[in-house]
Structure formats: structure tokens, C-alpha cells
Design a protein around this ligand. Structure first.
Ligand SMILES: *Cc1c(COP(=O)(O)O)cnc(C)c1O
Length: 463
């Protein structure tokens, strides 16, 4: 059958209309979903239909069923977890990625998107001040980016110990000593689990959750000098936004011949802002870095960024070495050799579009603006009777509590019931807290004011 553009046209037109309606509503609508999952499942109930339906009607049916169950993550008043919105150029580029339908795992047969991803990679290294010769892969998120960096590290430190983990596996391998701060992100543990390395040895942190360099040095002193060492550091503590002391920590790990991986899912972007870059001092001396495009950069889900200083290490760890049917890419690596996936979406293309929309100064303004909004929210919160801001607000994260745990829980519930803003709850240093993560490009002064008013209402309602 000949496929014509018009076979897609009606469905795409309907999808574009629903997309625009949704986006137009996001600025003003309540942030939480109107319907719960039971209601959406109810709307989708029934067996697989016996017959088909016209594509545009499928899109209509989908949008009608799902819309009540959508959380307005793209709202300027959404501060849950650490989740960014989507820049317009990035969203539109993502639509093209779907239409183009490229399997972007190989470089030679799909040169269009491969070239865009390689350009995005080059720009990322420039924006984040990382070594220009490092390899950049685009996996699904921070978790898989942590996996990539730690996989390359496992490969390299075992190779230095005379062990080829690619061929021999871990059984019988020299022990790998893995060290990480007490307030690392869970995804570091997940990545280590995928790699068969188990839980890391925990290194003490300071009152903001940043790893203590003296504690790391003491832990490293316990490791026999010829044994493999992996150290996972963090740029951006989930709660406080704190950054590990990269200079001394990396120097100590390197003195032991260790590999240093940095989980910078949202924090690595501080390097792109002249006003915040001091937070990442020394980070470029690490061996691998993980970050997300779908958080601070405001690229849509899903997109992580995995950067490895030594391209040989990542290709040895993740490349397929015997697949003769794949295209070799002399000189440059294939995209699939830098991520866990073989077939893959060209998810680096929306990254290119975000960087092209913003430019270098726009990236700096975006990151600086998120931090400025966080400071404004923190100072507004501190003015509300009974609210205690618990962290040093150095970046995009604000942690606060209202009286005891019960009151804090009640305020959190009241905020979500109110719906004008979204702030998620957590536990930090044994205490129930509410956590504001400023990650959306569109948050403006009016959103900050509305958010503070919503918190004040919730505090008053629970007094
Ligand atoms: C979000 C986050 C991750 C995990 O990233 P995903 O994109 O959700 O896989 C890892 N580390 C930190 C610090 C994060 O904030």
C-alpha cells in the first residue's frame, strides 16, 4: 500500500488540536488531576474491541478518556519531585522525532538525527564545561545515565586490576569498593544493583546532605591501595540542593586510582550559570557524569544524558561486540554503544532544539531563574507564621516544615486539596517535610505569589 501524508493528516490534526487545548489550559487550571486512576480506568473499560476505528476517532477517544487524569506537570505552579516542563521548540522537535520514525541506534544509516544528536552532545559539553572529548549518550533518564557512568567505571577499574568484566563477568573478579554519600539518590543504588555491585559503602554527610570529604578520605584509607574503587558523588541533593565538595573528593578518589561518577540529574546544570557555577567547582575532574534533560533543561519525557570522559570505557562496557549485521562507525561511536538500549528513539533531537531555542545565555538565564524563584519562595515561606525553612537555599530546592510532623502532613494535604500549586511531601533528617523543587521554565513572579498564597491558605486552614 502506498502511504500518503493524508493517511496521517486527520489524526495528526486532531492530536495537534488536543495538544494545543491542553497546553492552553495548563497556565490556569488546577495542578492536580481531576480524576483518579479508577475513574480513568472506568472510562477505558471493556475488552479489546472486535473491530477497528478511524485514526482521528482513536485520538479523540484517547484524549477524552485521559484528560481528566492529567497532572499539570507543565504548570508554572508545579513544584513536585524534581520534574521540568517542556520548552516549545523541544516539544515540537519531539513531534518531528515521532513522525520521522528513525531508529537512531546507528550512525551511518540515519545520519540526519545522528548529526543532530552529535551537535547537541557538543553543545552540552560546552554548556556544562565538561571535557570536549568525552562521549555523550542519551538514555531514558538519570537512572540509566547513572547506570552508564557506573558501568563504564566498573569496566575501567576492573581492567586496571587486570580483569575483563565484559568477557569474564563478576564471578571471581577482584572486589570493587563502591563508596557514596549517605544522601545519594536511590537511582545510584538501582544502577549499582543492575551492575551486580550491591549497596555502596556509605560516607557521612554534613547537615545539608553533602558528602564530607574528610569522611571519604578516611573511608578510602580503609581500602587496600591496589583494589578497584568506584566513588559516586552528587551534584544537587534531592532535598537541600547541596553539592558534594568535588575538588577534594575527586582528588582523594583519584589518589586511590578510583573512578569518580557524579549524579547530577538536576544539579549539573549549575555549571551553565555564571552565578551558580561555583557550586560545581572541580566537577569537571570526574570520570563520568549523569544528568537529565527532562528536569532542569525542560525537555519533555524521557531523556537522560550520560557523559563519560574515556570513550573506550563506555564502548567496552555497553557496545555490542559481535553484531556483524550492524553498521560500524569508524572513528565515531554509534549511539547504541553509549547507552543500554540498542534500538532507540532520537531523544537527543529535542535536546538540540531546547539548546537552540535558549542559546548559551538562555540556558544560563533558565538555571539562574529557577534558583532565583527558589530563593523568592524560601523568603516568602519564612514570612508565614509557623513555617520553618530547613535548608540553605543554594540552588532550586526548598525544604520546609510547619510545626510537628502531623501539622506538616496536614498542610501538605491541604495544599494538594486546594489545587493551586503542587508541593510534594518527604522525610528529611527524620522529620516530615514539604519540598519545593523549582524546575519549570515558565514559573514567573505571579506563579510564585500564587504559590505562597496557597501555602498561607493551607497553613491557616490547619491552624
Ligand atoms: C531524578 C533524579 C535521578 C533519577 O533520574 P530519572 O530521570 O528519574 O531516572 C537521579 N538522581 C537525582 C539526584 C535525581 O534528582
Amino acid at each position: 500500500m502506498t502511504v500518503h501524508g493524508r493517511d496521517y493528516e486527520a489524526a495528526l490534526d486532531v492530536a495537534t488540536k488536543h495538544a494545543k487545548d491542553w497546553l492552553a489550559s495548563v497556565g490556569e487550571r488546577p495542578v492536580p488531576a481531576r480524576a483518579d486512576i479508577g475513574a480513568v480506568l472506568g472510562a477505558l473499560d471493556g475488552p479489546l474491541p472486535g473491530g477497528g476505528k478511524a485514526p482521528q476517532d482513536v485520538v479523540d477517544e484517547l484524549a477524552a478518556a485521559v484528560e481528566p487524569g492529567l497532572l499539570a506537570i507543565g504548570s508554572g505552579r508545579f513544584f513536585g519531585w524534581v520534574m521540568g516542563g517542556t520548552l516549545p521548540a523541544s516539544l515540537a522537535a519531539d513531534v518531528l522525532v515521532s513522525a520521522w520514525g528513525q531508529n537512531a541506534g546507528m550512525r551511518t544509516p540515519t545520519p540526519g538525527v545522528a548529526a543532530v544528536e552529535e551537535t547537541a552532545a557538543r553543545w552540552l559539553l560546552e554548556a556544562l564545561h565538561l571535557p570536549r572529548t568525552a562521549d555523550v549518550g542519551f538514555p531514558t533518564g538519570g537512572t540509566t545515565a547513572n547506570f552508564v557512568g557506573l558501568a563504564a567505571g566498573r569496566q575501567a577499574v576492573l581492567e586496571r586490576a587486570g580483569w575483563d568484566v565484559t568477557t569474564c563477568g563478576l564471578i571471581g573478579a577482584p572486589p570493587v569498593h563502591v563508596l557514596a554519600g549517605d544522601e545519594r539518590h536511590d537511582s545510584v543504588d538501582l544502577a549499582l544493583r543492575y551492575l551486580g555491585l550491591g549497596l555502596p559503602r556509605t560516607v557521612a554527610v554534613d547537615d545539608q546532605g553533602a558528602l564530607r570529604a574528610d569522611a571519604l578520605a578516611a573511608a578510602l584509607d580503609q581500602v587496600p591501595s591496589d583494589e578497584p574503587v568506584l566513588v559516586a558523588l552528587q551534584a544537587g541533593n534531592l532535598h537541600s540542593g547541596a553539592f558534594d565538595p568535588f575538588g577534594p573528593a575527586i582528588a582523594a578518589a583519584h589518589a586511590h586510582g578510583g573512578w569518580v561518577h557524579v549524579d547530577g540529574a538536576f544539579g549539573l546544570w549549575a555549571a551553565a550559570s555564571p552565578a551558580l557555577a561555583h557550586l560545581t567547582d572541580g566537577v569537571a575532574d570526574a570520570d563520568s557524569w549523569a544528568t537529565d534533560a527532562h528536569k532542569t533543561l525542560n525537555v519533555g519525557y524521557d531523556c537522560g544524558i550520560a557523559v563519560v570522559r574515556d570513550p573506550r570505557a563506555v564502548r567496552a562496557a555497553l557496545g555490542a561486540h559481535a553484531a556483524a549485521y550492524l553498521f560500524d562507525a569508524p572513528g565515531a561511536a554509534n549511539p547504541y554503544e553509549k547507552v543500554p538500549e540498542m534500538s532507540r528513539r532520537a531523544r537527543g533531537v529535542p535536546v538540540w532544539a531546547a539548546l537552540r531555542q535558549l542559546g548559551r545565555s538562555g540556558v544560563a538565564d533558565l538555571v539562574g531563574g529557577l534558583a532565583a524563584n527558589a530563593r523568592a519562595i524560601a523568603s516568602g515561606l519564612a514570612d508565614i507564621d509557623g513555617v520553618e525553612v530547613l535548608n540553605d537555599v543554594v540552588y532550586t530546592q526548598v525544604v520546609f516544615a510547619v510545626g510537628d510532623d502531623d501539622r506538616t502532613h496536614a498542610v501538605g494535604a491541604a495544599i494538594l486539596a486546594d489545587g493551586d500549586t503542587w508541593i510534594s511531601g518527604s522525610v528529611w533528617h527524620g522529620r516530615a517535610v514539604l519540598r519545593v523543587s523549582v524546575s519549570n521554565w515558565s514559573t514567573d513572579a505571579a506563579d510564585v505569589a500564587r504559590t505562597l498564597a496557597a501555602v498561607r491558605r493551607a497553613v491557616d486552614a490547619t491552624a
